[in-house]
Design a protein around this ligand. Structure first.
Ligand code: DGI
Ligand code: FE
Ligand code: FE
Length: 198
């Protein structure tokens, strides 16, 4: 069975990604772009844009820490202390640079969705929420507490799903005694408070 082609552009991006990423990470990216497209259908968002952002969200994941630091520095993106010390956070900002330079994406909504896909941020755009959520719930993810509930909530109330994901991530990071990015906490606070629409 051949690859599902949504767009010629996506076909060439898939080939590039397959060369860049481990096969597990590539399959995850395919899961995220398809899930992003489903969420876009649910929330009336541009399906191709959601697919593009989901496909590329981890495009920097195969790069070394040194390369990620070089890329962000060169493009003038500021890194926080915690991002410098926790390389798993770096691939999001580095990914927005790779998407712009290598995949020639100039849509700022897509670039921001890649940039904030790991920590989220308060007051996310619909595309940012879609990619943040799809990253967590795509079909190949498993072993995550309350994953079925989060998957169902994603299609009922995406803000509530974002809050559940943040809560899970913070609990996970605490359990592993890892440093928590203040933005991760701010995102949780924002999406878990009912006053967020104000
Ligand atoms: O790239 P993925 O594995 O698909 O998922 P992701 O981009 O959400 O990255 C998940 C990793 O990032 C996981 O190891 C937890 C880590 N992470 C998320 N938020 C924080 C964090 N790590 C630290 N140190 N602090 C955070 O706030
Ligand atoms: Fe990621
Ligand atoms: Fe991911």
């Amino acid at each position: 069975m051949g690859t599902i082609v949504i767009d010629e552009q996506f076909d060439s991006w898939r080939i590039m990604l397959k060369n860049e990423l481990s096969s597990k990470r590539y399959m995850h990216s395919i899961g995220v772009c398809n899930t992003s497209a489903c969420l876009a259908m649910r929330y009336g968002y541009d399906i191709k844009k959601a697919y593009a952002a989901g496909l590329l969200h981890d495009c920097a994941k195969g790069l070394s820490e040194k390369k990620m630091l070089q890329l962000t520095e060169r493009s003038g993106i500021e890194l926080s202390e915690i991002e410098r010390e926790n390389p798993e956070l770096l691939h999001a900002k580095a990914g927005s640079v790779v998407a712009a330079e290598k995949y020639e994406v100039n849509d700022t909504e897509i670039l921001d969705a890649i940039r904030f896909h790991t920590t989220g941020r308060p007051s996310m755009t619909m595309l940012e929420k879609i990619v943040f959520t799809a990253d967590y719930i795509e079909p190949s993810r498993d072993g995550i507490p309350c994953l079925d509930e989060i998957r169902q909530m994603a299609f009922k109330d995406i803000d509530a799903a974002v809050a559940m994901i943040c809560k899970n991530s913070i609990d996970y990071l605490k359990r592993k005694s890892r440093m928590i990015d203040p933005i991760t906490i701010e995102t949780y606070k924002y999406y878990s408070t009912s006053g967020k629409e104000e």
